[in-house]
Design a protein around this ligand. Sequence first.
Ligand code: AMP
Length: 276
Amino acid sequence: MRTVSTLDELRDSRLSLDGTVGLVPTMGFLHDGHLSLIRRARDECKRVVVSIFVNPTQFGPKEDLAKYPRDLERDFRLIEPFTDLVWTPAPESMYPTGYQTWVEVEAVTRPLEGAMRPGHFKGVTTVVAKLFNAVQPHKAYFGQKDAQQAAVIRRMVRDLNFPIEIVVCPTQREADGLAMSSRNVYLDTEQRKAATVLFHSLSAARELYESGERDAATVREKMKDVLASEPLAEPQYVSCADYDTLEELNEIKGKALLSMAVFIGKTRLIDNFVLG
Ligand code: AMP
């Protein structure tokens, strides 16, 4: 596994990668969720490139950029068996003084995470476009865990004609259902137990759907009821939306996305299930 940080080094190393190249963009502090993306890339591509970059432009002014967990040495050890090239750009090289060019996707970035985190997706799409331009992968791997991010990237790739196949991989969970996340380390023991309420809420809604319910408001109410049963959970949004446009549904037809953002103490967790 080769490790590079500057853009010149990245370009040099990229030239020596032959065959299909798969890119897995991450912010580091890797867990089995990230590793599932890297393994999938390993299975499908001759070469695997992983980027590790805590992208400052996707964090809001009140968000956890400075305290976002980092452990590069451990990350390198975990990905070494599956990775050809790891790129850890420095923030100053991605956003040098005078930086003023942004990629913005419109309607699909507005609801859900976009409404709660203004500017977040502008940071995500800009950095992902820059990673795509630098690495020029044939395929890029994203997690269903960040469902709106995946929808936004799919839209950007279609709209800007990136010749890249976007592969969205299933959410990896702990044994009790909690979606793996680098932010789970912020939870204390009591909060960690309470955090399973997201999975239980989504599961209850899916059961309702599987028993034939198609009224989206009823499904949303079910999710809210289960969340309300956990005193440590403070829901920020609960959604039952169209899978591609993320517009809220009245009636569930075709593919739908159940999603939620919930504070457990100061930690903001997101999770989702796909229906249909
Ligand atoms: P992050 O480092 O949080 O930016 O995540 C990097 C990539 O890993 C994104 O495409 C995430 O959607 C994906 N990812 C994060 N958590 C999980 C998970 N539990 N299961 C599957 N993919 C995940």
